[in-house]
Design a protein around this ligand. Structure first.
Ligand SMILES: [Zn+2]
Length: 290
């Protein structure tokens, strides 16, 4: 282990405990920064939906407007036909001519009425669509204003998170010198995967992180405090803590000797960060993204 000689193990344990607090806060803040934009997703998709509906309404308005234009032409033609027939009445001479002309006038009048009715219907529809368009416009404007305000608030919030993160990174840098970078790297991974706990006490023979009973020999190594020892079960760094009389139910337990702790420790020290299989660690380590 490449720990500096100037720094005592006691000091290292103290710094790791402080670093644990800094790191778990740092990961918390990082998670907040990552989560923040998701707050707006629903509102953004609502706005998108409104804009889509707005476009559809406009298309429907245009279609109706074209229909109205055509109906107006039809109406003018029917009117003209009727008026022409009515004027023709002045110059007829026979009953037969009268009958033919009257039929033309009747047909034109009927067409005129039909077209006029259809035109009124379409014009009404145009007005209704126009109102819907205006309504939709208001909704879009309202949503956009709200969304922009939220974006602004969010960016301020994120800025303050980032400032906090800078501060935490500085604290991290101050705590790290003199501690083996491999230990720190592992420690960071453990804290990330264990959500906060990277260094825990051994009370009696029991790891306070995973509550597994450690072999007595292993626990003694922790008690000696001469090197960094990782829990073979949960991979957390262990430090020794005295347990008040009476609470120490596990101290009397014999060493089972079933755990090949030496092997585990050796593998631990050859820890390769690029290894994905995590064979030398517990399952939670595998879940980390690297
Ligand atoms: Zn443990």
């Amino acid at each position: 282990m490449a720990t500096s000689e100037k720094i005592s193990m006691e000091d290292i344990f103290d710094r790791l405990k402080a670093l644990q607090d800094v790191l778990s806060e740092k990961y918390g803040v990082e998670a907040l920064i990552e989560e923040a934009p998701k707050e707006l997703v629903n509102q953004e998709s609502l706005l998108e939906q409104l804009k889509k509906e707005y476009i559809e309404l406009n298309a429907s308005y245009e279609e109706t407007r074209t229909k109205v234009g055509k109906l107006k032409v039809d109406l003018a033609e029917a009117e003209a036909a009727r008026e022409k027939g009515e004027k023709g009445m002045d110059s007829i001479t026979t009953h037969r001519e009268y009958e033919i002309l009257q039929k033309e006038i009747d047909d034109a009048t009927m067409l005129e009425q039909t077209v006029r009715k259809e035109l009124q219907k379409e014009e009404k529809s145009m007005t209704a669509i126009d109102e819907q368009i205006k309504e939709k416009e208001q909704m879009i404007n309202g949503q956009e204003t709200e969304l922009n305000e939220k974006k602004q608030a969010l960016s301020e919030k994120t800025e303050s998170f980032k400032a906090k993160l800078d501060d935490l990174n500085k604290q991290k840098e101050e705590l790290e010198p003199g501690i083996d970078p491999d230990i720190i790297f592992k420690f960071e991974r453990i804290i990330k995967s264990k959500q906060g706990k990277g260094i825990v006490a051994v009370k009696g023979n029991v790891c306070d992180g995973c509550h597994m009973i450690l072999p007595a020999q292993f626990a003694n190594e922790v008690r000696n405090g001469e090197k960094i020892v990782f829990c073979p079960y949960c991979s957390r760094i262990l430090f020794y803590q005295d347990v008040p009389e009476g609470e120490n139910e596990y101290l009397a337990m014999p060493d089972t000797g079933s755990l090949a702790d030496d092997d585990l420790l050796e593998e631990d020290e050859d820890f390769d960060p690029d290894r994905e299989d995590g064979a030398d660690n517990d399952d939670t380590i595998k879940d980390l993204d690297f």
